[in-house]
Design a protein around this ligand. Sequence first.
Ligand code: SAH
Length: 256
Amino acid sequence: MTHTPHPGHLAIVGLGPGMRDLMAPRAIQVIQESDLVIGYRVYLEQISDLLTDKEIHVSELTHEVERATLAVQSAHAGRRVCIVSSGDAGIYGMAGLVLDLFSHSSDTDTITEPSVEVVPGISALNAAAALLGAPLMHDFAAISLSDLLTPWATIAKRLAAVAEADFVVVLYNPSSRKRQWQLGEAQRLLLVHRAETTPVGLVRNAYREGQKVQLTTLSHLLEHDVDMFTTVVIGNSCTRIQQARMITPRGYESRA
Ligand code: SAH
């Protein structure tokens, strides 16, 4: 009798913004069923109570390729592997890289091929929007201001386009110790088409310790502390502040 190796399982899991109640039950189940969990230190600390009987691989924030490679290789070796990202793994997370490496590593033997699953999570834009009120009621665009992997010229072109098209704009990775000027440049590009009084919501550490929610305007944006734990939501030309909540009208209001 020939021995068939046990096919592995590769799960790419979004942990949500931080609070356990905002993590999908499926994410918790998949982590519990894994024998190897891979992730950045801070995210693994967030779920440490789920990891007591597991092998864990902690890595630094910049070592994404190493983390993804280990996940793919371990799944091919027959293990149940879970690789975690904050928020949603498919939104500026690890899902794209892991699936890309997996597709290149796959062989033709489908019996021993690991199964793959992406588990969605609540992204920073959902979390920030909920804390601010209802800013994403109309068309919106998410833009990362990180020019580490994307040339600034591309980011600037997209900012100008969404500014002109009057999208609500969600900025991920707005600023960090090493990237300071990008937010000011984004503000300048948005002000070409949008009023200085446009409402802006700043959400830092949504649903985590140290949560801070602030409202300001596009012209005052740079007077606030904005860092890599902050998501910035910039209203469209109709967005209003009502009772300290940011609301982008959908259109029902004018019909009523
Ligand atoms: N995959 C993540 C995004 C990773 S990019 C997601 O879907 O949410 C990292 C950026 O996300 C941060 O710089 C910040 O802009 C935003 N972010 C992630 N978690 C956040 C939180 N809890 N509060 C506010 N912003 C957050």
